[in-house]
Every structure is written in C-alpha cells, then in structure tokens.
Design a protein around this ligand. Structure first.
Ligand SMILES: [Zn+2]
Length: 313
C-alpha cells in the first residue's frame, strides 16, 4: 500500500527551489492522477509536469511509492489544550496531523476552560503560531461552558480567530438558543456546526436501536433521535437564512433530509466519518466496546446511503 505523502508547502518555504519526483500526484481539483514532478519555488507550486525533469539547483525529494496530494483538511479535531495536556496538546496534535498528511485542522472547544471567550481563543491561536506546523483554526463554543443555556462570547471569539461555533459532541437542545446562535453567527459570517442528538430520545442508549441491540439486551439510541434534530435545524437554517453544518451524519433518512434541503437552496452542509461509512452495528456483537461510538454505528442500509451521498456531494 502506498503511504501518503502530503504536500505541505509550509515546510518548503526554506528551500528556494524544490522538486518532488517519482510520486503519484493526485489532485481532483486539477483532474490529476499520475506520475508527475511537482516544482516548488519560494514555497509556491509553479508547475506540475509529467515528463519534465528538474535541472540543477533544485532540492530533490524522491516520493517513489508515495502519493503526493494537496494537504488534507480535518474539520473536527481535539487538541485538548488548555486543560487536558496529558491527552494531547497543540504541539503533539500538530505533529500527528502533519504526519497524517493534514495541513489545515479545526479544533473543537471542549477544552478546560472551554473555548467560549476571547482569552482562550487567543491562547490557542498564539500557541498554534508558535508551533507553526500547519493551519489551525479554532472553533468556539455555541454556549458558555458547553452547557446549552447561554450563548458564548461569539463576537469576541470571532475577532480573536474563531472561524465557526460548535458545542462539539453536545447537541444544542434548546431550539431558542440555536436560533439565536444562528442569528449571531450570521452577523459574523461563520457557520454553526452541530452534533444532532435529541437527548430525551437517546437517553441511556449505548448503541444503535435495532435488532442487534435487542439481541444483545442493550439499550439503543434510535436513528430518530438524530433525525428529528436535523429536521429542526434545517427549518431554523431556512428561517434565519444561515449556514448550519451537520457533523457526523449517520442515518439514511437524515442524509436524505439534508439532500432535499440543499435542493431547496437552504444553506446546509454535512460530513460523515470513515467508520460510519464502513462499519455497522454488527460490529457491537460480543459486546465489543471498540464499536461503542457516538453517534452510534447504524445499519448496512445507512452505510450505503452515506456512501451514495458522499458520491453525489
Ligand atoms: Zn468532537
């Protein structure tokens, strides 16, 4: 299997002239997939060519057996700093991201203290600059301390560098708060990023509600817990006329509602995780705790719908 070789321009700025040779260059935006040489001068790509060989004066990186692509972007990461540095910090998270081919990441607000005000945002931005390995964009909290009661200092956070707001893995249960979050976010031209889970419907659920949860005797969280919240936020997005981004969508019905909303011109977008594309609740058999994730792994029918949605955009 080819290892991934990310094109991280940030690292090349120290070379005047650089050529990456022998790599399989993949760039869907340029309709490119083939063995090419990438020429970089002063940190900027100035040519990607099939037959051309670098002349003298180039630093050479031999990418034989590797894929050369534009840097990946991860819109949902946790750098854990401040507060949980024993798990991860901005420096270690940056190194891990770059090693995996990511050149831009967004970090969630569930730090301690929570990134719900300008001082925490400023600290993250400053540390990210000091580490300087990749682009790090902080996502501020929707609500103070992620409690879902009172709006965070959205304007101050945006001024300090936040590019979106999200209560991370916590749903914004109050429709009233969500509406106001959207209105504020609209003023500052940033998306509201949501985890959709009606906690009263999902209560006590540790896996998808269905045949397998019944067989295992485990309490399930029904697909409808996610879908009712998606529908609510599609309607709020339409009402306010502002961008809602749905994180880790897992159900066929949910993805279909988002597809229909997009067709109507409602400003919504979404994402799926790799594990929800390839694993089902069958993975929970044997009480396999590795398969215990939130949102839960769903059914094969849901996986197929998510793959179709990924393909049709
Ligand atoms: Zn998260």
């Amino acid at each position: 299997m080819n290892c991934h070789f990310a094109l991280c321009i940030l690292h090349f700025k120290f070379f005047m002239k650089l050529a990456i040779i022998n790599g399989r260059v993949i760039d869907p935006s340029q309709n490119l997939d083939g063995n090419c040489t990438v020429f970089v001068e002063n940190g900027v790509i100035h040519d990607v060519a099939k037959a051309k060989r670098p002349t003298n004066g180039y630093e050479i990186i031999d990418a034989k057996g590797a894929v050369v692509s534009p840097g990946f972007i991860d819109v949902h990461t946790h750098l854990r700093e401040p507060g949980f540095e024993y798990r991860e910090d901005i420096a270690s998270g940056s190194k891990a991201a770059v090693a995996g081919g990511f050149t831009t990441i967004f970090c969630m607000a569930n730090t301690n203290p929570v990134n719900d005000n300008a001082s925490v945002t400023q600290m993250i931005v400053k540390k990210a600059e000091e580490v300087g390995l990749l682009n790090i964009f902080p996502v501020g909290a929707v609500s103070k301390e992620l409690k879902g009661i009172e709006l965070a200092e959205i304007g101050e956070m945006v001024k300090s560098g936040c590019v979106a707001i999200s209560d991370d893995g916590k749903p914004v249960m109050s429709g009233h708060l969500m509406r106001h979050a959207l209105e504020y976010a609209k003023t500052f031209k940033i998306p509201v990023v949501v985890h959709e889970e009606d906690l009263s419907l999902a209560e006590g659920g540790c896996m998808n509600e269905g045949r397998i949860s019944t067989e295992l005797g485990l309490k399930g969280s029904p697909a409808v817990a996610e879908e009712t919240m998606i529908q609510r936020d599609i309607l709020l997005s339409k009402l306010v006329g502002h961008h809602v981004h749905f994180q880790h969508v897992t159900t066929a019905t949910g993805i279909d509602m988002i597809r229909q909303a997009k067709k109507q011109g409602i400003p919504v977008t979404c994402e799926v995780t790799p594990h929800h594309l390839v694993l089902t609740d069958e993975a929970c058999r044997g009480y396999n705790t590795n398969a215990k994730v939130n949102p839960p792994l769903r059914t094969a029918k849901d996986c197929q719908a998510l793959i179709r949605a990924l393909n049709d955009g």
